[in-house]
Structures are given as structure tokens and as C-alpha cells.
Design a protein around this ligand. Sequence first.
Ligand SMILES: C[S@@+](CC[C@H](N)C(=O)[O-])C[C@H]1O[C@@H](n2cnc3c(N)ncnc32)[C@H](O)[C@@H]1O
Length: 200
Amino acid sequence: MISETVEPTETLWNRFVRTFGGKQKAGANPYNLGFQRDIQWFQRAEVALSLLQSIGPVNSVADIGCADQKIGVLLKSKGIQAVYQGLDIVPQSPEVIACDIRRDDLPSYFDVAMVLGVLEYVENPTAALARLRPKVGHLIVSHVAREQNLNVTLEKQARLGWTTFVHTQAFEEMLTSAGFQVKTSVLTPDQRTRVWLCVA
Ligand SMILES: C[S@@+](CC[C@H](N)C(=O)[O-])C[C@H]1O[C@@H](n2cnc3c(N)ncnc32)[C@H](O)[C@@H]1O
């Protein structure tokens, strides 16, 4: 349950952008990281954090495809006591572990793995998720719901570099095929992305 004293998203986001910088050069790399300070990415992280809080206290969080580690920043700002580890195929700072979710295992067990805005860039999410499952207690994962993004043509999908862009039901089938049990899911405020909480 989110505490009532929590800062509103816009205030938190403004503070985050002031501290870490604002809009970056769009299209600077294949994962659309030019948009990593956009409020929609921040709102997705906030939805993920509220799902994390619904689990109860956790000791460790792995943020796979962490980019600028906004989950780590949010954990701190909300006073959530958990060891945070960012991992990414393109580490943006030295404390981030280099990791390709398509072939690398997590270095140790984590209570929760967050995978936000990553599986769109992975050709076979089911295989990646199935390898991840024995190393985590819970999974919080997002996917842009195809039925909520009817303006994304094949051309735009190619431009975005998304190799996986499926309907909500198809994505849930991937989660269950990988052995995860879906507990709940929430749409982001812009109604474009769904975030799932699953048990391994
Ligand atoms: C759209 S960004 C999302 C970043 C972050 N999770 C967020 O919500 O702000 C995708 C991130 O996933 C990373 N990524 C892409 N493919 C990956 C892979 N195969 N393994 C690990 N990270 C990957 C990219 O480097 C990038 O940081």
C-alpha cells in the first residue's frame, strides 16, 4: 500500500530531472534512451514501485535494463530499505553490472526482478524469462500493449527497434509459459503500457 505522505509523481519527477538532467538526444542509441527522462518512463517506474510495495518488505531488487537507475533513485526517495542492483546491456555507470537478459544469468538470487521497457527489444522473451525465474522470488515486468498502441505501425515499430510488440493476452501467455504466476497487472497513466506483478 502506498503511504499517504508520498510525494506526488510530478514533484518527484521534477526533482529527478533537476538532479540528473532533462531531455537527452533522442535516437542516441538503439534503445530509445534519449527519452529516459520523459515523464512516461518515470510514471511506469512509479507503477512498478507501487506493485513492489504491495508485496511487503523485500531485501533485494535487481533492475534488469536499468538505464539511468531511476528505480534505485525512487526506492531511496520513498525510504524503501532494499539492496538495489542495476544491470544493463549498456551500463551507464560503473556500479551497473553488464548483463544481456537474452543470455546472462543473474549473479545471485534477488527477491524481486524488475524488467521495465526491456522485453520489446528481445526476440524471445519467454526464453529469457524462463532462465530468470529460478533466480527471483517475484517479477515486475512491463510491456507496451499492442491493442493500446494502434498508432504504432510496422514502420514505427522498426524505427523504435521493437522486435516484440504483442497484445496483452499474448504477453501474459509468455509469462505463464516461462513458469511465472500472474498476481495482478496495472496500466500506466498514459494507458499505453501494462505492468505485471508475478510470483516465480
Ligand atoms: C527503454 S529502456 C528502459 C530503461 C529503464 N528500465 C526505465 O524504465 O527507465 C531499455 C533498457 O534496456 C536495456 N536493454 C536492452 N536490451 C537489453 C538486454 N538484452 N539485456 C539487458 N538490458 C537490455 C537498454 O540498454 C536500456 O537501458
